[in-house]
Design a protein around this ligand. Sequence first.
Ligand code: GCU
Length: 674
Amino acid sequence: NLWLQYDKIEDSDLKQSYLKSVKGIKVLGNSKTLEASREELSKAYNSFFNQELETADSGDGLLILANIDQLPANLSNSVKPDLENINSEGYIIKSATQDGNKTILITAKTDIGVLYGTFRLIKEMQLHNDISNLAIIDSPKIQKRVLNHWDNLDRTVERGYAGFSIWDWHLLPDLIKPEYTDYARANASIGINGTVLTNVNANSLILTEQYIEKVKALAEVFRPYGIQVYLTARFSAPMESGDVDTADPLNAQVKQWWKDKADEIYAEIPDFGGFLVKANSEGQPGPNNYDRTHVDGANMLAEAVAPHDGIVMWRAFVYSEHDPEDRAKQAYSEFVPFDGQFKKNVLVQVKNGAIDFQPREPFHPIFGAMPNTPLMMEFQITQEYLGFASHLVFLPKLFEETLDEDTYVNGENSTVAKVIDGSLSNKKLTGIAGVANIGTAKNWTGHPFGQSSWYGFGRLAWDPYLDSERIAEEWLKMTFTNEEEFVDPMTDLLIKSREAVVKYMTPLGLHHIMNTNHHYGPGPWVSNLSRPEWNPVYYHKADEEGIGFDRTISGSDALAQYADPIAQQYSSPETTPEKYLLWFHHLPWDYQMDNGETLWHNLATTYQEGVEDVEEMVETWNNMEEYVDEERFKKVSMLLQIQLKEAKWWRNACLSYFQQFSDMELPESVPQPE
Ligand code: GCU
């Protein structure tokens, strides 16, 4: 049930007040979305109060659900001014008095808005908030709020740690699993309105007639919940279809092939969202194979879907083995010159940082540097580099940090969030993507707390200015219990969990020192992978002289891709935030840090602090037994023990490895590795 547990309301005063506010329901209008809204309310009502929510026509305590066009004049007039403040997916929830009776009205410009409002009202009750006098107006700030499933057609999931893909391609379209509806409900409850069903390392089979039929079946389940489906398009698909012998984006036959393909898909799925494309990246085919550019490739696909209002999400995750100097610079160098050249239905999808979903990265310098191109944020919810589904890490804290960073491109307060929601350079088309951590695991995400990162991604996609602490708190209440004795310490635990993983894996700006290409566990010594920039040694550059990647002018000069004052401030280690120190600088082991200690000393004590943070997490969780069911309690306890063991593994392995270069003693507070 994820965060839709709808736990029984035990407090009798609260229960009475809710039952007084909502006695019956009236739904005006007719659609599958309104039906889904009614069903959700009934489910919640039943579960909260062990009572049916009856349909009624009038009277005290009436809950009215309708989009604005269906409302009688007196009601629609009462919300007219509020309507100006919502967009097509926003909603209004208002307590009103009608013929002397108290009612609650949930209304919106569309039925989807009504569904979102419904989930919001239910959430108010899950959070035990007062609903006797409601005046809530809310709208999403980002338009395309999308999950990216890296799911293969054989149901393996790239970087997935929660079982297999939930899409049962073999049995689709005939078998429609209840999980598909639950997936849609969960996503709608947080406002996610799109899902890319397939891996960015795409298989062109998905574009065949046989698979389109399967995709259509999923789209039909998701439609009432406001979720559009998208697919990944393998750039060489026209060739693999056997119809054309090239995939050159300027070739007339190729263009026609994609137009026909789009028409074929839209004939089956009229609200199909469009394509996500990984091209000329990590061996994937793309326009560069034909000496064409990313613009040529993206615009060709954009033209094919434009007549149907489709979009193309073209990824900027590119780096080449032929330019070994600094992988962090490459996407910027390749994409920024194209600013303003993409068709208007193209979004360039950029990972949060310039390397690859590390426990901590500075924001990607492309954000802010392409003011004439809609830029879509790509976060990773699955924990590829953060201990898979064995480590508890609350990612909304990481997402928030990136969104809050100031690019300074239009002066102070030009935050990444403002780039993404379009407000910085007046963009209409806006988007955000999260690489899903969902699979067939009984609890959806493997680690029970992985759900919180899915939830939090959705909340930040709706409103990128939200506070992650508030997100943690509401998720805990909805998923476990409202008891303060649980919520307060556990909120603290979630918030600190992100910094803990940074400390025990990659403190002080270290990055990409995970083992081989599975990226699990420490591997700073790895140097034998086929491409230089896949090897950890490329990133930490530890030697007798010191450690860190010099990205200033004396090194790769990647820093120059940031606007001032960042470029200027980070050019000297003294004025670089310590969290990014070794990201931008190569420093001697005895470099003196702010606290007067050496770099080596602080590196060691930070690893140790990471371990101690996990010890604290274990202790906090041990005190929570009475608030959590046995199954989840035990599972999380065992997983935390794994996390603790592995935090020590990281500390010991990294410090032993780096010590051969630093040749310095460990501080007393740090245990000697066995
Ligand atoms: C990472 C990840 C790959 C993935 C790639 C991408 O490199 O390890 O599995 O395909 O990102 O985002 O395209």
